[in-house]
Design a protein around this ligand. Structure first.
Ligand SMILES: Cc1ncc(COP(=O)(O)O)c(C=O)c1O
Length: 422
């Protein structure tokens, strides 16, 4: 690899480890990671935050070692609930009463009164009969899909679905096939082809790299025509979409067409964990076969109490949601005025697609950081190599001044250079 150009490679190239020693990563990976441009790219990940994931946060840069306050456009704390005083107080009170850990899996000794109360509240909120809790969102998707499917079944997923959905399919030993993003004709073809098998279709309320919503009305029509159930991952839409915040299912008036509704507690809820809502017999059945539920410690009681308060705060009126959407509109208007490519976003996730240059992506991210803006670069293979991008997570906590300042920096380090290069 002596005369290689490091920018020709990506993480997609090193997953196969040809090193005979399993304790050592591939040698060419190590060499690649040390090359100057790639080192900077890696430095932009796992940077140290030194305060809550709010609108502004102190961050120790891995690029230059400096600690500075940055405007934070990267956290999933969309409604600011992670630091909401009532949420934090509820968690503190529960820590006083129950201690920190559930100290057992839900099946054995990890189910407390708090868990049962919260699971029922989530089920009622999502208008399903029952809910089960997981200690991570990733575990929730993996566990629910593993709990439902088996060898011989087919998991039919949108090709932009999250890795946890794919991994759930692998764990279940079902065949995993994908259809073209949001394309109901492509879905129809897959269901035609696998119509002799038990199928489950998985789509996401809001897609995490693009911020667009599932094309639910057309997807529901196709699934109904084939009599195939829908699993809707509302990780990035619960508490934000729909008149009552129930998600994209509510937004499209199609909740009754969704067989299984998945949510995470790590984004708008401001905590950690996952939940799956469905009919009661299915939930009871899944509990016996979902490894991340059966063989992992249950959610910590303080988290459950905090998340129960998040649900209450976010649904007692629409104020947090209204603030979020007001910020989303304001942010988008400013970005539109710079003629940036925002893809098909319809949500609080706003991509700024810059094209194929990884070098440009990382150098812009470094400059943004120097000017006090924390904005996340997203590279291939997470997105198409021709659509490298920044991904903005808008939060209700941002003030208009924060957004104005962020947009000034975006104009300087992203919009102007892109215009000059075009
Ligand atoms: C669509 C989607 N589903 C599931 C998950 C997993 O959730 P968690 O991060 O809470 O484990 C994510 C995480 O980003 C996601 O984007």
């Amino acid at each position: 690899m002596s005369d290689f150009d490091p920018t020709d490679f990506s993480l997609a190239d090193f997953q196969w480890n040809d090193n005979p020693d399993v304790l050592s990563p591939p040698e060419d990976f190590q060499e690649w990671k040390k090359s100057p441009g790639i080192q900077t790219a890696f430095a932009l990940f796992e940077q140290e935050l030194q305060g809550p994931p709010g609108a502004r946060v102190r961050m120790r840069s891995n690029v230059d070692g400096e600690t500075r306050e940055v405007i934070n456009l990267t956290s999933y704390n969309y409604l600011g609930l992670s630091t909401h005083p009532e949420v934090v107080q509820a968690a503190k009170d529960a820590a006083d009463t129950y201690g920190l850990s559930a100290s057992g899996s839900a099946m054995l000794s990890g189910t407390f009164d708090l868990h049962n109360e919260f699971a029922q509240k989530l089920a009622d909120f999502k208008q399903k009969e029952a809910a089960m809790l997981f200690s991570s969102g990733l575990g929730g998707n993996m566990g629910a899909i593993q709990g439902m499917l088996q060898k011989g079944d087919v998991l039919v997923i949108d090709d932009k679905c999250h890795k946890s959905v794919v991994d759930g399919g692998t764990l279940s030993r079902a065949k995993v096939v994908s259809f073209k993003h949001n394309d109901h004709e492509s879905l129809d073809r897959q269901l035609d082809e696998h119509g002799d098998k038990r199928c489950l279709v998985v789509v996401e309320g809001v897609y995490s790299m693009d911020g667009d919503t599932a094309n639910l009305p057309e997807i529901v029509d196709v699934c109904n025509a084939h009599d195939v159930p829908i699993y809707l991952d509302e990780a990035h839409s619960t508490l934000m979409f729909g008149e009552n915040g129930r998600g994209v299912g509510e937004y499209y008036g199609l909740e009754d067409e969704v067989g299984v509704s998945f949510g995470t507690l790590s984004k708008s809820f401001g905590g950690v964990g996952g939940f799956v809502c469905a009919n009661k017999p299915l939930v009871e059945y899944m509990k016996s076969y979902a490894s991340p539920f059966q063989f992992s410690c249950a959610l910590p009681p303080p988290i459950v109490a905090g998340m129960m308060k998040s649900l209450e705060v976010a649904t007692r009126d629409s104020s947090l949601r209204d603030e979020l959407w007001d910020n989303v509109r304001y942010f988008k208007n400013n970005l539109d005025a710079m003629n940036l490519d925002l893809g098909e976003t319809e949500s609080q996730i706003i991509p700024i697609i810059i094209g194929s240059s990884g070098e440009m992506l990382y150098s812009m991210a470094v400059q943004a950081q120097h000017q006090g803006l924390f904005i996340q670069p997203v590279d291939f293979p997470a997105v198409d190599a021709s659509e490298r991008r920044f991904r903005i997570s808008v939060s209700a906590e941002l003030t208009k001044d924060d957004i104005d300042e962020a947009c000034n920096i975006i104009e300087d380090v992203i919009a102007k250079p892109l215009k000059a290069a075009s």
